[in-house]
Design a protein around this ligand. Structure first.
Ligand SMILES: C[S@@+](CC[C@H](N)C(=O)[O-])C[C@H]1O[C@@H](n2cnc3c(N)ncnc32)[C@H](O)[C@@H]1O
Length: 226
């Protein structure tokens, strides 16, 4: 999704809206420095496990109904997708309590992140911005990316499609606004494609920031689960 190189994985990485994904657990295990921020992390592990159990069948059913919107090359069937997703979520759940204690899973919400300027080398955001363009406004997207640029030297957002596998209705306006604010914005092809046509990420570099560190604070803002 993000065309991450070995060099990228050696930096300090922030995952925004990581949810119950296994990226943090896997990268931590291989010695990386990664912190995930999501409003989901205000909940205890049993609540998250119960919520996954309650929603899993419906999410799979939606995927089955919309199966024409996805490529089925590396993942062959909805059932296989279900097994992969469940195993990633199990990986997350088994890492979660220790990760909270270590400050790797932080309760917080774009567009206000509880981190200092330039605290990270790279901020990643997958399947939140652009994907939920019907729910999140153009201004929210700009504010969220501006905020990620405040805390990280580089930002990558994937995919650039909204639900329904259409290009995000905000993509052009958000790109123009970020460029007008002085950011470097590139639309970059990546090798991963599951939503049909969803094989591009946005790469953004903002103004240089100083002030390096790695310490979560607390904050609140807008999130999709409201
Ligand atoms: C569809 S999931 C994507 C999870 C993961 N990034 C992935 O690609 O598998 C969207 C996630 O965004 C989180 N979220 C919703 N609003 C948010 C906000 N304002 N800031 C940060 N995360 C948010 C949700 O809690 C959820 O975990």
């Amino acid at each position: 999704m993000f065309a991450l190189s070995d060099a990228d994985l050696q930096g300090r990485i922030l995952g925004c809206g990581d949810g119950p994904a296994s990226f943090n657990a896997l990268l931590t295990r291989r010695g990386g420095q990664v912190l995930s921020v999501d409003p989901l992390y205000r909940f205890a592990v049993d609540d998250i496990r119960r919520r996954i159990g309650e929603t899993f069948a419906e999410v799979m059913e939606q995927t089955r109904r919309n199966r024409h919107e996805f490529t089925w090359t590396s993942i062959g069937t909805v059932e296989e997708l279900g097994r992969l997703r469940m195993s990633a979520m199990e990986e997350f759940l088994s890492d979660y309590c220790g990760g909270v204690e270590q400050g790797r899973y932080v309760d917080g919400e774009l567009p206000h992140l509880p981190f200092a300027d330039g605290e990270f080398d790279l901020a990643l955001c997958s399947h939140l911005l652009f994907l939920y363009s019907a729910q999140l406004s153009r201004d929210f997207h700009v504010a969220a990316i501006r905020e990620m640029c405040r805390v990280a030297g580089e930002v990558r957002v994937f995919p650039l499609l909204e639900l329904g596998a259409r290009e995000s209705r905000h993509l052009r306006a958000v790109t123009e606004e970020l460029i007008a604010e002085g950011m470097d914005v590139a639309i970059v092809p990546v090798s991963y494609e599951f939503q049909r046509g969803g094989n591009r990420m946005m790469n953004i570099r903002g103004a240089e920031t100083g002030n390096r560190g790695f310490s979560p604070h607390s904050n609140t803002g807008k999130h999709l689960t409201d």
